[in-house]
Design a protein around this ligand. Structure first.
Ligand code: FAD
Length: 275
């Protein structure tokens, strides 16, 4: 499994307690030997320092780490400063995104879409960064059509991205079809599958509603039938997500990117079943 591109995502903790907890989580997950950890970036720069601090801490421990960088609401100058800061810390990989501002902020800023950010990063820093971008096998919720969304994705790759990570999904066929269409459109870079472990059904339904990931009906019904029985939810979730990962890897997915939500147990359990 380590031959695959296997990575784990965190969000930057907001409190000292969260920082302490994340360092324990990280020690557990580092034992799985992921290729790198990534750390999210609150759109509008809200977690800028927390993202950098977390990445620096991970790198001090001897692991590779990629900050995410979202451009919505940002200016060329503010993004340039962040890139210089990352370079000064010898950070060599980035996950480049448009991001979502909280409603009410409007779009603002000097970047409209992630392809403009990728272009800007390449123009400013050449090949310094290995750049990953987002992909949406079940379509980004704001896209006009699946074809439009695919075109936007291809544009982002052509702007200079090295690889992509997908939004999470539970329909393996949506991933395989997306990869096939992207390849037909000329994308040769790896499209790593984003994996969201299932540990809590209300949280999952809420997230999925926002980001456009479909929870298959049979999965929703089963989760609902367990009510507050978290042990059954976790056991069922582990079976469903492990099976999904097995299908993806058997079908040629170049790697898996785990949305850990700063928890070690679920990602570890899935991983141990896969090796
Ligand atoms: P884009 O690629 O710009 O696409 C956004 C929408 O615009 C899509 O509907 C696309 O089809 C459309 N579009 C793109 N270009 C054009 C164009 N030229 N004309 C018309 N329409 C266009 N969010 C954060 O805030 N922080 C994070 O750290 C973060 N990490 C993420 C990591 C991963 C792996 C993923 C999958 C998502 C992450 N997100 C994060 C969420 C992401 O910011 C949102 O999904 C956001 O709505 C879109 O970002 P994007 O980079 O995919 O945008």
């Amino acid at each position: 499994m380590t031959a695959h591109n296997f990575s784990i995502e965190f969000f930057p903790p907001k409190t000292a307690e969260g920082t302490e907890k994340l360092s324990i989580t990280r020690a557990k997950l580092a034992a799985l030997q992921p290729k790198y950890f990534s750390v999210t970036f609150g759109a509008g720069g809200t977690t800028q320092q927390g993202t950098l601090d977390t990445v620096v801490e991970i790198r001090k421990e001897g692991y590779d780490a990629a900050p995410h960088l979202s451009c919505v609401g940002g200016t060329r100058e503010s993004i340039r400063e962040i890139l210089q800061q990352y370079k000064a810390h010898d950070i060599r990989r980035l996950v480049a995104l448009r991001g979502d501002l909280p409603s009410g902020y409007g779009m603002g800023g000097e970047f409209r879409y992630a392809n403009e950010l990728v272009e800007f990063i390449r123009a400013e820093t050449g090949d310094w960064f290995h750049i990953e971008v987002a992909a949406y096998p079940e379509m980004h919720p704001q896209a006009r059509s699946p074809q439009d969304d695919l075109n936007s994705f291809v544009r982002k790759m052509q702007a200079g991205a090295n690889a992509a990570i997908t939004q999470y999904f539970y329909n393996a066929d949506a991933y395989f079809q997306f990869v096939e269409l992207a390849q037909k459109a000329g994308v040769t870079a790896p499209i790593v599958a984003g994996i969201m472990p299932i540990t809590n059904s209300n949280q999952l339904l809420r997230f999925s509603e926002m980001c456009g990931a479909e929870i298959p009906r049979w999965v929703r019904l089963k989760l609902a039938s367990y009510g507050d029985d978290t042990a059954s939810i976790k056991a069922f979730g582990l079976d469903v997500v492990t099976h999904l990962c097995e299908r993806l890897l058997a079908g040629g997915a170049p790697g898996l990117h785990f949305y850990s939500l700063n928890q070690a147990a679920a990602t570890t359990a899935i991983w141990q079943r896969l090796v």
